[in-house]
Ligand binder design. Structure first.
Ligand code: FPP
Length: 241
């Protein structure tokens, strides 16, 4: 109870860099692909637990613009997992009342995946539970460049004047338009870097790094991250009152 009185705030938006599938599999003498499967299972639990904890938005880094450099077999397997996940997500979203949105550059994805993304987003758009963003073929720098290009086009067409470009306007051209910035970033598996994730949006987020590998990350670990967040003192560049 005393701890609760310190700060009861649950982050409204959590972003997670999913990491450690490969090491989880290696430790068990399994192929990396088995690690990704186990990671995908963990993700389902994380969505449920985050919502139960009172989190409104969850954004997951599933596949980066840099992940294409992995061996072709592994890339294919991850794409198949995402295909399956998106196919199941219609049921999943319905069961859990989840609104799903995919962020990232769709032009680099195969047509069947893009079709599934559109179908899932459309089918889940009125659900009022957890808002789940999945980053696929996503890179923070790439997202900022794409936003700058869209704005430049508007300026070229005379629909915008350079003096109209503000921070708020810029945000409306990012993939995450309309979604509040993450309050908490979690990265599993002991790495302590951003790896090009949500570079703009994480400007004032609290960071939480854990050694737990994604397939092992469960309810208790999420609760620990939220507890740690609730004890942070967020000042957004200001001073403590
Ligand atoms: C990180 O582990 C995992 C990935 C880059 C793959 C993407 C995540 C999944 C397939 C989980 C499912 C996600 C969804 C949304 C269904 P790693 O391979 O980098 O692990 P390592 O650093 O230990 O090698």
């Amino acid at each position: 109870m005393a701890e609760k009185l310190l700060n009861t705030s649950v982050p409204r938006h959590i972003a997670i860099i999913l990491d450690g599938n490969g090491r989880w599999a290696k430790k068990r003498g399994l192929p990396r692909t088995a690690g990704h499967k186990a990671g995908a299972k963990a993700v389902e639990k994380i969505c449920e637990e985050a919502y139960n904890a009172g989190v409104e938005y969850l954004t997951l880094y599933a596949f980066s613009t840099e992940n294409w450099s992995r061996p072709a077999d592994e890339v294919n397997m991850i794409m198949n997992l995402l295909r399956d996940y998106l196919s199941d997500s219609l049921n999943n979203a319905k069961k859990n009342n989840m609104k799903i949105r995919v962020i990232g550059d769709r032009s680099g994805l195969s047509k069947d995946i893009v079709d599934k993304i559109i179908e899932t987003e459309e089918a889940s758009k009125n659900y009022t539970g957890l808002k789940l963003q999945i980053a696929i073929n996503y890179g923070g720098q790439d997202e900022i460049v794409r936003a700058a290009k869209k704005i430049s086009e508007k300026v070229k067409e005379g629909e915008l004047d350079p003096s109209d470009i503000t921070k708020d306007l810029f945000e409306n051209y990012l993939d995450t338009a309309g979604i509040p910035a993450p309050d908490l970033l979690i990265r599993t598996s002991g790495e302590q870097r951003l790896s090009n994730f949500l570079l703009w949006q994480l400007a004032y987020a609290e960071f939480y790094f854990t050694d737990v590998l994604l397939p092992d990350f469960g309810k208790k670990d999420l609760a620990e991250a939220i507890k740690c967040y609730s004890q942070r003192d967020r000042r957004y560049g200001g001073v403590k009152q």
